[in-house]
Design a protein around this ligand. Structure first.
Ligand SMILES: Cc1ncc(COP(=O)(O)O)c(C=O)c1O
Length: 415
């Protein structure tokens, strides 16, 4: 069977997420996934199991502690396999914002006055402020600005900014407002020619398909696990050859023991272990749709990603088309998803109406959404949008349905 014959079994997907049966959630169309996604039963089970049977200090010799430690290692190992990294390249921290601040602190020591750092005005602030701050140690900050008409980051502008002095390029894989997928591979290739490192923010990308970090070529890549069907923690990938040379920010005796040297302190044990549940869910999704069990975890993820993308395209494109064709509405970003060029994260404003008013109306119709700048305020400001009122954002993932799409369009017609 080719992928064209296989469609995501949406009933199966939704059956894995208890929220859809929960009395408080079940009557809502959930379109705030870019803010945080629901979790499948597998994640809840792993969390419960840990709390019941292994909630002790891990890595001692008695079985409860041994199991706790083994499961923490297993979660790291499985996630490394899912994104094509190795175990020593995975750092689990409290959030992407925290991870990036901690990383910028570690990289600060390699910055000399006059070195250049490129940030964008499309990114969430989490991947801007930590790098802008390095001006305190003499870095010159250059801003890669979006095209004011398309809201996209044009590669020609990047080529004009990058120089022999560029040391760091911080850029989002996918904007949480515009939705466009940026070509991190191309950006990394250009940056590496100048010996600069690339920090990719995958927070708005990873919920739509766990990335292959080696293929992207980035030096660091981060995403928030609470938006990829897990608990409120975040993953930072870093290339081993760079991580091993970063200064130790943890206890003195851990010197040289990377990746534990990056964060001052360890991860949240129970939440780390619950990540096994994300892996199990993804693998069960694979087994439900495909036969060949001999594939690697990464290859299975790839196939599931493709299935999810086709589904997301199908449910998001009618909304993009409706908003784009309606003269009263202003869509931000591309008006169609073609071949994963855009995430189903759809932002818009309405002529002469507050986004808050529109969002309140949608909520009154049981559409879970919101208006905000979503911390990408530089992007909104550049596009001439009120950063307090922000945009209305409809963000979808694999468990949204075509029925929800149709319902939303009918409700949008009432605006
Ligand atoms: C694109 C993007 N980057 C970074 C972040 C920050 O993530 P965290 O909440 O884990 O700090 C967010 C959060 O919404 C985001 O959407």
């Amino acid at each position: 069977m080719t992928l064209k014959n296989i469609q995501l079994d949406i009933d199966y997907v939704r059956s894995q997420f208890p929220a859809f049966k929960d009395l408080n959630c079940k009557d809502w169309s959930f379109f705030e996934n870019a803010g945080g996604s629901y979790v499948p039963q597998q994640v809840i089970d792993k969390l419960n199991e840990f709390m019941i049977s292994t909630k002790v200090q891990p890595y001692a010799e008695y079985p409860m502690a041994k199991n706790a430690g083994n499961n923490m290692d297993l979660a790291t190992e499985l996630f490394a396999k899912m994104i094509n990294a190795n175990n020593k390249e995975i750092i689990i921290g409290g959030s992407t914002s925290i991870n990036l601040y901690v990383l910028s602190n570690a990289l600060k020591y390699s910055i000399k006055p006059g070195d250049e750092i490129i940030v964008t005005n499309q990114d969430h602030e989490a991947n801007i402020s930590p790098w802008r701050r390095l001006s305190e140690v003499g870095a010159i900050i250059k801003e890669w600005k979006i095209n004011p008409v398309t809201a996209e980051l044009d590669i020609e502008e990047f080529e004009k900014l990058i120089s022999d002095k560029t040391r760091i390029v911080a850029v989002t894989h996918c904007s949480n407002i515009v939705g466009s997928v940026n070509n991190l591979k191309q950006i990394s290739d250009l940056a590496h020619k100048k010996n600069a490192i690339v920090i990719g923010d995958g927070v708005s990308y990873a919920p739509h398909g766990f990335p292959n970090v080696k293929e992207l070529g980035v030096d660091f890549y981060t995403f928030s696990l609470y938006k990829t069907y897990g608990p409120h923690i975040a993953l930072l990938y870093g290339k081993e050859e760079i991580l091993k040379n970063l200064p130790n920010q943890n206890h003195e005796f851990l010197e040289g023991n990377y990746p534990y040297t990056i964060n001052p302190g360890g991860p949240n044990h129970e939440e780390l272990v619950s990540l096994i549940g994300i892996h199990d869910y993804m693998m069960e999704l694979y087994t439900h749709h495909f036969n060949d069990d001999s594939l690697s975890i990464r290859d299975k993820i790839n196939k599931v990603n493709n299935l999810i993308s086709l589904h997301e395209e199908e449910i998001a494109n009618p909304i993009l088309e409706y908003i784009d064709k309606n003269e009263n509405l202003r869509l931000i970003g591309k008006n169609k998803i073609i071949n994963k060029n855009r995430a189903p994260t759809i932002s818009f404003i309405v002529n002469n109406r507050l986004s808050k008013e529109i969002s309140d109306f949608l909520v009154s119709e049981n559409i879970a959404t919101r208006n905000d700048n979503f911390y990408a305020w530089r992007c909104l400001q550049y596009l001439g949008i009120d950063t307090d009122d922000g945009v209305v954002r409809i963000s979808m993932v694999q468990y949204n349905t075509i029925e929800e799409t149709q319902k939303l369009i009918e409700i949008l017609k009432k605006i």
